[in-house]
Design a protein around this ligand. Structure first.
Ligand SMILES: Nc1ncnc2c1ncn2[C@@H]1O[C@H](COP(=O)(O)OP(=O)(O)OP(=O)(O)O)[C@@H](O)[C@H]1O
Ligand SMILES: [Mg+2]
Length: 413
């Protein structure tokens, strides 16, 4: 119900960010479009309730800050907390890649669009690995295109709530845990992730591989299977080469490379980028060509239909009632693309990230040349380590109850 939302249109956070509308409610938070009353720019606010048992926004903020200045990353604008919620304010982007694909007449992207956004996503993944973190939830809805015309040709990486540091303080790869819980989203998870193995850099690339297949085909063979274990078994048995039918043969090298990697291995990002670049060049695709979402949709396009991929028998008990009722060609039957699970990194985060320090830096640093003052990040101070707001809050975003997200005085009509 709408009034269960943490904020309503018209609310103003920290006397600065006015809520315009809700644009998403993901597994862990609520996303709003807002207006920065100081700069007049449109912003995105991501909130999580302080009552929520799984607190992921601290990780989100920490990783977003580490990534500032990188090409495929939203600009960080501010963060804070009050007695009801934690929040981060960032640059507002446009539609996510899941929405854009589903809006296509066939529910699929052209090869030209797939290759060019694949290359951008690869670079975004490389940039998070460069700062020592795995994303662990690589999927189309965690990438969006830029908002305004001059940025809508660039893909931005979102959602660092499940990120995990894979390096030690000295830059070595951390020893893998014997067993790690499943993290990520079933549809795009690597076989390793299904087996609860410690994830490495290659697992993010496995998810990119599955995204590419879904982009060009409009579906993945396990899209209707709800059960995580069954999806894992199907992926294990599946002849992955057959997934590449609609993709250039060169991408077999991508598959072979990720198949050859183990936990601690560093992927050869340069070689992988070259594969995309070669495919793009050889097909005469220009980087300036319109992306599928920039092209007018032909009026005579019929209902979405997807390219079929070899299937394996799925026991009917494993498909949901909802999906059984769907025509098999419908591309957006989403049974396993939304399930992501809580982070397992609370403890490590506490140890690794001195939040107070982060906040102090944020106040003094100017990010991307902006001189706008930043709000304080969520304060830990060694007392409220779970960030669950059950202890008094000491940061400067706190406001007396009732004033936290108050309705503004009538702001014109
Ligand atoms: N900066 C942004 N600008 C525009 N839209 C955004 C922004 N951040 C998030 N969104 C939208 O909100 C959706 C959910 O955001 P996000 O993935 O960060 O939340 P989440 O709760 O972690 O989601 P999930 O658990 O479903 O992955 C995104 O798919 C995207 O469409
Ligand atoms: Mg998400």
């Amino acid at each position: 119900m709408a009034n269960e939302d943490l904020l309503q249109p018209g609310h103003v956070v920290k006397e600065r960010w006015k809520i315009l509308k809700k644009i998403g409610g993901g597994g862990f938070g609520e996303i709003y479009e807002g207006l920065d009353l100081v700069t007049q720019e449109q912003v995105a606010l991501k909130l999580e309730s302080s009552q929520q048992p799984k607190q992921v926004l601290k990780m989100e903020v920490a990783v977003l800050k580490k990534l500032q200045g990188k090409e495929h990353i939203c600009r960080f604008i501010g963060c804070g907390r009050n007695d009801r919620f934690n929040y981060v304010v960032m640059q507002l982007q446009g539609k996510n890649l899941a929405e854009l694909r589903r809006a296509q007449p066939r529910g699929a992207f052209s090869l030209s669009t797939t290759l060019r956004i694949g290359l951008q996503i690869l670079k975004a993944i490389e940039s998070i690995h460069e700062v020592g973190f795995l994303h662990r939830d690589i999927k189309p809805s965690n990438f969006a295109i830029g908002r305004n015309p001059h940025r809508m040709r660039k893909v931005y990486m979102l959602d660092f709530g499940l990120a995990r540091q894979f390096t030690t303080g000295t830059g070595e790869v951390r020893p893998p845990r014997a067993a790690a819980g499943f993290r990520g989203t079933v549809r795009y998870a690597s076989v390793n992730a299904h087996k609860n193995k410690e994830m490495g850099r290659h697992d993010d690339l496995w998810s990119l591989f599955y995204m590419l297949v879904e982009f060009v085909n409009g579906q993945l063979p396990w899209r209707k299977i709800k059960d995580k274990e069954q999806v894992g078994l199907m992926k294990e048995k599946y002849d992955h080469k057959s997934l590449l039918k609609q993709l250039p043969l060169d991408l077999q090298v991508f598959l072979e490379h990720i198949q050859s990697l183990e936990y601690a291995d560093k992927p050869d990002y340069k070689m992988l980028a070259n594969l995309f670049e070669n495919c793009i060049r050889l097909r005469g695709i220009r980087y300036s060509d319109p992306y599928d979402w920039e092209k007018p949709i032909p009026a005579n396009e019929g209902l979405p239909s997807t390219r079929s991929l070899p299937t394996v028998a799925i026991p009917s008990a494993l498909t949901t009632a909802a999906t059984l009722n769907q025509p098999s060609a419908t591309p957006n039957v989403d049974t396993n693309n939304q399930e992501n699970v809580e982070p397992d990194n609370k403890k490590e985060l506490e140890a690794q990230l001195d939040y107070e320090n982060l906040c102090r830096k944020a106040r003094t640093q100017s990010i991307e040349g902006s001189t706008v003052p930043y709000t304080t990040a969520i304060s830990n101070h060694g007392r409220d380590k779970n960030c669950n707001a059950t202890v008094p809050i000491t940061d400067n975003t706190r406001q007396p109850p009732g004033q936290v997200a108050r309705k503004p005085a009538v702001q014109g009509t």
